[in-house]
Design a protein around this ligand. Structure first.
Ligand code: GLN
Length: 455
């Protein structure tokens, strides 16, 4: 039932005003005109007494790495500062078709390169809970917009944790679905083998609805798979979840904060007290996970970003020869962090290095997958903290890139496994991650509902 208490136009106006004055640096570009046009159409539909869908008129945000025709898609970079999208990403188009209203292109780490949303030309995004701290990344602007209720939901992108970690840092839900469940067409490629479209929202129900709308096979992305719609009833009770597991070495690691560890173990006891069996599992060391992930992610991003040479896209800086033009364009327009990754990626792919580094990372990835397959013969769900520690102060992680890479210790493994993983704002200061076997996204949401009941 539509109550007609608030027009869609008034709602959109209110959210745009909040976004405009916000001091958290979440906005790369406001889509006011487009949003108000769409809102007027929804209002007209309501006044004609027509039925409207669940997402119709709902204002949402888009991480600034998705194509939306006619809008500027910058990837928070100098290189694409004025780049206008020529088409619309499949996931975003599906939301538009369902009547949702895009309000804003959101600030993020440039090309998804980062864990703090400081690697951006638009200024560091500030944490929604305490603005002295980072928002997390790379989908930091998206997480903060949802946390502050500037958007009802936002669409982030998760390659190694970029939806889950900022969701944890800003106390909201954030889902990395099974790889291939949602089309990547129109999402600027970072590491194609782990890139996932992921929703951030304040409730499990919102995550479910948005996930259903965006899912599906797409001829434009050959890695997409068919998936069943997830109904509200199917995830209402924990029926079928009898055993969960957690990685012993994550919790015993020296890097974990004492409080995160104590809170996590207290959660485990609580879950046991509800009659669910809990198993300790063995897993690869965090260092191995992080180095495997960064080897592959850097290799893939070096290849993906090689097309950005100033010829077809973005700012071109003319120089002496064509080759020099490429070099100067790229060196002036990519951030230090992106350049570090491009150089690292080309290095691990180059002759003489690729056998020892790149191929080794691929082999390790296979072993990680085997490990997960074995685990999911024994447990229905794997629970983990999202991060070993709480968010750093703005500025601190820029001083130490290696420390920043290690803050992804608990998220990257599930990316390499292409598993569905959800951050819930419960359990530890930066939340908990729930993972299940491939394509069992419903199990993840089901367990989230159970946790909501018991915490
Ligand atoms: N922090 C990780 C990285 O920088 C993950 C980023 C992401 O998922 N886009 O690679």
């Amino acid at each position: 039932m539509v109550s007609k208490e608030l027009t869609c136009t008034a709602l959109v106006q209110e959210k745009i005003a909040l976004l405009k004055q916000n001091k958290y640096n979440t906005v790369n570009c406001l889509l006011s005109e487009m949003a108000l046009d769409l809102a007027a159409k929804v209002d007209a539909k309501i006044s004609r007494g027509e039925r409207i869908g669940l997402l119709e008129g709902i204002p949402f945000g888009i991480k600034d790495v998705y194509m939306l025709q006619g809008t500027v898609t910058t990837a928070s970079s100098d290189l694409l500062k004025q780049y206008k999208s020529a088409y619309t990403a499949t996931a975003i188009q599906k939301l538009l078709d369902a009547g949702a209203i895009p309000l804003v292109k959101e600030n993020c780490d440039s090309f998804g390169h980062g864990s703090s949303s400081e690697n951006t030309i638009f200024g560091a995004v500030k944490n929604a809970v305490n603005p002295e701290f980072v928002a997390g990344g790379s989908s930091g602007g998206s997480a903060v917009n949802v946390a502050k209720e500037y958007t009802v939901f936002s669409i982030g992108g998760d390659t190694g944790g970029s939806v889950r970690q900022p969701a944890g840092y800003n106390h909201i839900y954030g889902l990395k679905p099974t790889y291939g469940r949602i089309s990547r067409y129109g999402l600027m490629a970072y590491a194609s083998s782990t890139d996932c479209v992921g929703p951030l929202a304040k409730s499990i129900e919102d995550i479910r609805i948005v996930l259903n709308v965006m899912s599906g096979k797409d001829v434009r992305d050959q890695t997409t798979v068919f998936s069943e719609e997830i109904s509200e009833d199917a995830i209402g009770t924990p029926k079928g979840i009898n055993t969960i597991g957690y990685f012993k070495n994550f919790i015993e690691s020296k890097a974990i904060d004492a409080e995160v560890k104590a809170d996590f173990l207290a959660m485990i006891e609580k879950i046991k007290s509800k009659g669910i069996q809990v198993k300790e599992l063995d897993f690869f060391k965090s260092d191995t996970l992080v180095s495997t992930y960064y080897t592959l992610a850097m290799a893939e991003t070096a290849s993906n970003l090689s097309r950005l040479d100033g010829t077809n896209y973005g700012n071109r800086v003319e120089s002496g020869s064509l080759k020099e033009t490429y070099a100067v364009t790229r060196s002036e327009n990519f951030s230090e962090e992106s350049k570090r990754r491009i150089v690292g990626g080309n290095q691990v792919l180059s002759q003489g290095f690729s056998d020892a580094i790149y191929l080794k990372a691929l082999a390790l990835r296979d072993q990680i997958l085997e490990n997960f397959n074995k685990d999911f013969e024994e447990v229905d769900v794997i629970l983990s903290p999202v991060t070993p520690s709480t968010p750093p102060k703005i500025g601190d992680s820029l001083k130490d890139p290696l420390a920043m890479y290690l803050s992804d210790a608990y998220t990257v493994g599930f990316s390499l496994g292409q598993l569905p993983t959800l951050t819930v704002p419960k359990g530890t200061a930066t939340g908990l991650q729930i993972s299940a076997a491939k394509n069992k996204d419903a199990t993840v949401l089901k367990f989230a509902n159970f946790l909501k009941e018991i915490v």
